[in-house]
Design a protein around this ligand. Structure first.
Ligand SMILES: [Zn+2]
Length: 392
């Protein structure tokens, strides 16, 4: 009996299972789909939140060197545009009321610190000039450079950076002119690489190089050009390494010293806007900025992507950011030109709008506008910047 009831029940269960199998399987599929949809939605929310957080975290900077007007008004205008970080000259940073107002408005201050560009120092001691491979002093128009191997000058600049951080307690320090001499602002696309002068070939650098590497130059050479040609022909890689190490070690020492004084300080480094292969590797061969090495000693690398000045298409900006990101990952913060005083018709408002969009495209960490007075040349560009920053 029991056996019979059990058999009936088993049979019924089998019938139920048999009858419901397609339904159950459909239900299971629906459940699985629901789970997938839930996971997908959760992932979407996470990605959206993550990308919002990144966008909110973008640095929208402004470079400003002098200012005599109402600082409160200035801060209001910046906030209206969306500017959240100021890159200022040491003179301006030393102005207490200027710093106070920016602090009240939660706008961090980065002090721009020129490292090897120093006309004042060169005027009082011309033996400090870097020397080009043509044997000429490193002076071209307003650009003039100190030789990067002089120990006293290096120590003096490191001390100045430390003093600046101790005295002004800025949120950041932005290292400018930390490279070998080059007037990159006048080097346009298509320029043949070998016509770009290189530095420094002064006797101090040459003997320092010989001492550190054991490479000696034949003493039959009289001119700097002969020595430079010899180095390029027989020791180019080692010579470039020596020249780039002079720059990297300076960044390293400033980075180390200022972080010791203020651990939270951010260090930014202004880079010549050359991609790895531009002008036959001139970023290293000429400017001696080895971003792979430098990235360890800087929080941000800021290529000066001044499209109008360099007669580049605005779309070139994101290609520079992307290229540099391969060498200094997640550190690229491009600086762009607001207005071209030399040629305002070619570099028009649409070009500027494209520049802002290109500068903000991933993997950029934001944009720095160069410079505030240039917005006054065409105030409509403030609205363009605001719209582009807001839409991003
Ligand atoms: Zn030198």
């Amino acid at each position: 009996m029991a056996g019979s009831t059990g058999t009936k029940m088993l049979h019924r269960n089998c019938l139920i299972r048999t009858k419901n199998t397609p339904l159950k399987s459909a239900a299971r599929t629906v459940l699985q789909l629901r789970s997938l949809v839930t996971i997908f939605l959760a992932l979407s929310c996470f990605i959206t939140l993550f990308s919002c957080a990144r966008k909110q975290g973008k640095i929208i900077g402004i470079k400003i060197y002098h200012y005599d007007g109402d600082v409160r008004l200035l801060a209001q205008k910046w906030k209206d545009i969306g500017i959240n970080t100021a890159f200022v000259s040491e003179d301006l940073a030393a102005n207490n009321s200027f710093r106070e107002v920016l602090q009240q408005n939660a706008i961090p201050v980065y002090v721009i610190f020129p490292v090897f560009f120093n006309p004042g120092e060169l005027a009082s001691d011309s033996t400090l000039y870097a020397l080009t491979d043509r044997g000429k002093i490193a002076k071209d128009g307003w650009v003039e450079f100190v030789c990067p191997s002089r120990e006293n000058y290096r120590a003096q600049q490191i001390a100045a950076a430390k003093r600046l951080v101790s005295d002004l307690k800025p949120d950041g320090i932005s290292l400018d002119f930390i490279r070998q001499f080059v007037f990159w602002e006048k080097i346009y696309e298509g320029r043949s690489a070998e016509t770009i002068p290189r530095a420094c070939y002064c006797s101090h650098c040459l003997s320092d190089f010989s001492m550190k590497t054991g490479v000696t130059l034949p003493d039959t050479f009289n001119s700097v050009k002969e020595k430079a040609d010899h180095l390029v022909r027989y020791h180019d890689a080692r010579w470039n390494r020596y020249r780039t190490e002079l720059i990297t070690s300076m960044a390293q020492e400033i980075f180390r010293q200022v972080k010791k004084i203020k651990p939270a300080i951010r260090v930014c480094l202004h880079a010549v806007p050359w991609r790895e292969t531009d002008f036959d590797g001139a970023a290293i061969r000429v400017a001696a900025q080895d971003l792979k090495m430098l990235s360890a000693f800087t929080d941000y690398v800021s290529p000066m992507c001044y499209a109008g000045m360099l007669r580049r298409d605005p779309k070139w900006i994101s290609s520079v950011v992307e290229d540099m990101n391969h060498r200094a990952s997640d550190k690229i913060l491009p600086s762009i030109q607001v207005y071209d005083e030399a040629d305002s018709t070619t570099f028009d408002r649409d070009d500027f709008a494209t520049c802002v969009r290109e500068a903000l495209a991933e993997p950029s960490l934001g944009v720095v506008f160069w410079s505030w007075p240039l917005f006054d040349k065409d105030p409509a560009r403030m609205d363009i910047a605001k719209a582009a920053v807001g839409n991003h």
